[in-house]
Write a protein that binds this ligand. Structure first.
Ligand code: C5P
Ligand code: MG
Length: 297
């Protein structure tokens, strides 16, 4: 029977046989997918990271900006600050993805990075009414097939929780400009707080960075409670820190995790394989998540 099942996935989901797809335990993936298919769209929710998960890592040979980096624009901040932000990225991003450090070791550096950049943005008195233009000006681009992913979830009324350590206001603008900000989309992120004249004065709530998503997931219980009727979770991320995004779902029955391994691929392959059910190597498309979705709903 198992052989027939394997055959089934091969013919029904040819995307999973690509060389860019790796699985530590194929049978676990298949069992989970069949259980999710049996329960159907009504039992499913999707929890996804944003930067470098729903957006591309690189496009036409250039790195795609994160929501923070979209703000690194002369329109919004002065020359001196653009240089500073770039420097901070070059200092801290390598630490974020360093395979030789564990999350506890990275944590203080991440807090430092986010805090420095948020302080800089506040000091630059960013204006709310210029964010949309900064997004239009930027090279932000969603993964190929991402619109189809959003549209399918909306059609099937599957809730999509986007859980991002980026900047919520920018994230919303990116998905709005891509015409995929559908009513089934919920967002947990770092939101800007503007004064009455529309100038940035602070960031709202507890800071979310790449390695404290568990705390965020637990404290945003109210938002997550709306998703409580959906015990099956498809989780997408590009960082080991993204795996805790589903920790707030207390009623989870089946969780299938997909990890985009964009950078430092050889160094991080083993840890990704040990942590995500499916690992996608340098894959700039949503082909695999779309195929999984087609199979389940
Ligand atoms: O949506 P996601 O949780 O992936 O957003 C966070 C990402 O933004 C981090 O992975 C980090 O690489 C990036 N970042 C950045 N500039 C900062 C802070 C984070 O580009 N100041
Ligand atoms: Mg990310």
């Amino acid at each position: 029977i198992l052989a027939i099942w394997h055959q089934l996935t091969k013919t029904e989901i040819p995307e999973l046989t690509r060389v860019s797809v790796m699985m530590r335990e194929r049978s676990r993936v298949e069992d989970t997918m069949y259980a999710m298919q049996k329960a159907g769209a009504g039992s499913l929710q999707v929890i996804s990271d944003f930067d470098m998960t729903l957006t591309k890592f690189a496009h036409k040979g250039k790195r795609v900006p994160t929501t923070h980096n979209i703000l690194n624009n002369r329109l919004l901040i002065d020359d001196d600050s653009t240089v500073k932000m770039k420097k901070l990225f070059n200092t801290y991003y390598p630490i974020e993805i360093d395979a030789s450090l564990n999350p506890e070791e990275k944590l203080p550096y991440m807090v430092e990075w986010w805090t420095k950049v948020h302080d800089l943005l506040i000091q630059q008195r960013i204006r709310k009414d210029e964010l949309a233009r900064a997004v239009r000006d930027s090279n932000a681009v969603l993964r190929e097939g991402c619109s189809a992913f959003f549209d399918c979830l909306a059609e099937q009324r599957v809730p999509l929780l986007i859980f991002s350590a980026g900047v919520g206001d920018i994230l919303e603008e990116v998905i709005r400009q891509n015409h995929v900000f559908h009513p089934n989309v919920h967002i947990i992120s770092n939101y800007m707080d503007f004064d009455h004249t529309g100038v940035l004065q602070a960031f709202k709530g507890q800071l979310i960075h790449s390695y404290n998503k568990r705390a965020g997931a637990l404290s945003h219980g109210a938002t997550l409670r709306e998703l409580h009727g959906q015990p099956n979770v498809l989780l997408l991320g590009d960082s080991l820190g993204d795996l805790s995004m589903a920790d707030g779902v207390s009623t989870a029955q089946n969780i299938l995790t997909v990890g985009f391994l964009n950078d430092q691929v050889e160094e991080r392959k083993e840890s990704f394989l040990n942590s995500f059910d499916i690992v996608l190597l340098r894959d700039e498309t949503m082909d695999v998540p779309n195929a999984i979705l087609r199979f389940i709903v």
